[in-house]
Ligand binder design. Structure first.
Ligand code: NAD
Length: 285
């Protein structure tokens, strides 16, 4: 069963892709949208995103059966506090944040009894942001992790069906495990990509023009995600601190081991390491 009325709060890559995916799936839900900036709301109206663009979050969520919080994770708590008095009893509130423990901590205390909170995280994205960056197939063949944390079974199952209709496969996950998994597969890789661009920029003996000109040799592919939105990624690291630091520590250990192998001319260690990691990487489509 789809939701008759859906409110999208935050109209960036994820929310706009959800809207187009809902339309592609033939869902006839009435969709309201809200973003903080007037220019984003104007853009959304111009491109036909949502049935109604509201000038306040309160107006957008009124009567909604599903409310999707699709703002940077650091903004989730304040939005939840704003909309809480205006939520329809029995509705489901979900989010799409890349971090779960801190979002649950920030959002759950504001929600009134009788409102179901089912956190979720679509594992899909691009380096682009804003209302014009969304597209209907973003979630196709991607995972959407559902972190029910005590939400009623019926509300959780309905949200799973909704995400499956948008093209994703769903899997339930415990909150701390979610944050650790995402630190490994997403958060720290983004940090390393940002760092690699920083290193190239800092290296005065290689000019920016040379980096751009010769970047096909690994740099371009490897650092694509360093073009991602800085607000989103600042919030991810501020809110997934423990897991990010744990994975960063492991990464640093591996890097030091390889640094030592290079310095000492230990080709066997390098070869074995690359052989092992290549076989793992080749298993990822
Ligand atoms: P985005 O930058 O494309 O869009 C964010 C939207 O939120 C913008 O419309 C912005 O105007 C609005 N916004 C920001 N602060 C706000 C506030 N205080 N109140 C109301 N609106 C506000 O971001 P996105 O990529 O769509 O990310 C949204 C959420 O999805 C984030 O929590 C992010 O962690 C999560 N996410 C992102 C990706 C990705 O790869 N981009 C993947 C999975 C999950």
């Amino acid at each position: 069963m789809t939701y008759p009325r859906v409110a999208l709060i935050g109209l960036g890559l994820i929310a706009s892709s959800m809207f187009w995916a809902m339309r592609r799936a033939g869902m006839d839900s009435h969709v309201t949208g809200y973003a903080r900036s007037a220019s984003t709301r104007d853009t959304a109206r111009r491109i036909g995103l949502c049935d109604t663009i509201c000038d306040s979050a309160e107006a957008a969520v009124r009567d909604a059966d599903l409310v999707v919080l699709a703002v940077p994770v650091g903004a989730m708590g304040a939005i939840a506090a704003t909309i809480a008095p205006h939520l329809k009893p029995g509705c489901t509130v979900t989010d799409v944040g890349s971090v779960k423990a801190s979002v649950i901590e920030a959002v759950a205390p504001h929600l009134p009894n009788g409102v179901n909170f089912v956190p979720a995280h679509p594992m899909a994205g691009t380096e682009h942001s804003g209302p014009e960056s969304g597209f209907a197939s973003l979630f196709d063949n991607r995972w959407c992790l559902i972190v029910p944390e005590g939400a009623p079974e019926q509300a959780t199952a309905q949200l799973e069906s909704y995400w499956q209709a948008l093209g994703a496969s769903t899997e339930r996950m415990e909150v701390a495990h979610h944050d650790l998994v995402c630190a490994v597969v997403s958060h720290v890789p983004h940090l390393i990509a940002y760092t690699m661009v920083g290193v190239a920029d800092d290296l005065r003996r290689v000019s920016d023009q040379e980096v751009i000109k010769f970047s096909a040799a690994g740099f371009r592919d490897f650092t694509r995600i360093a073009a991602s939105d800085p607000t989103m990624w600042r919030d991810v690291f501020l809110t997934n601190k423990d897991a990010a630091l744990e994975i960063l520590g492991r990464f640093t250990e591996e890097l030091f081991a390889l640094q030592r192998a290079i310095r000492t001319g230990d080709g066997d260690t390098l070869f074995d390491y690359f052989t092992h990691t290549r076989s793992i990487r080749r298993g990822i489509l």
